[in-house]
Design a protein around this ligand. Structure first.
Ligand SMILES: [Zn+2]
Length: 169
């Protein structure tokens, strides 16, 4: 199960809308396994397939319990019935050195398929709901910095430009 490189903003694949998964095959299972490994190694709490350059509607979310590391794979996830709203800090493995407060639904309903194509549905709240909303945004080509003020975003772009210039030296 290889760890895959995580692509970072402004890589164009992060802006691509991910395609619906129609083949629930071995390749999909391998992708999901790699995504889980990559997320834990980062370390992160969620990862969308386009963050590793695969524009398919696949996300993984940390579902560990104390003493047991585990993750959940959501194929073709759809969010509905968003309720309430919460402002809280978010970061992203694809947006280096940036944390910002983002407004999300407090509670959502999620429908998705598992790696075998079986449909399932559940309600998610608070932090878990936030992670799913963040990851589903990735599949739509959206990043959490799209939700922050234009001023904060332009400050971040300036900071990023400087960081990239330093990497080139
Ligand atoms: Zn992210």
């Amino acid at each position: 199960m290889p760890i895959r490189p995580i692509l970072t903003y402004p890589h164009p694949v992060l802006r691509q809308k991910a395609a619906l998964v129609t083949n629930f095959d071995e390749a999909l299972k391998a992708l999901v396994a790699d995504m889980g490994e990559t997320m834990f190694a980062a370390p992160g709490v969620g990862l969308a397939a386009n963050q590793i350059g695969v524009p398919l509607q696949v996300i993984v979310v940390d579902s560990s319990t104390p003493g047991h590391r585990d993750f959940m794979a959501l194929i073709n996830p759809v969010i509905s019935n968003g309720q309430g709203s919460v402002f809280d800090e978010e970061g992203c493995l694809s947006v280096k050195e940036c944390l910002a407060k983002v407004k999300r639904f407090q509670k959502i309903h999620v429908t998705a398929q598992d790696v075998d194509g079986n449909p399932f549905a559940f309600d998610a709240e608070n932090r878990f709901a936030r992670i799913i909303q963040h990851e589903v945004d990735h599949l739509l080509g959206k990043l959490f910095i799209d939700h922050i003020s234009p001023l904060k975003r332009s400050l971040y772009k300036k900071k990023l430009k400087k960081m990239l210039e330093m990497e080139e030296i």
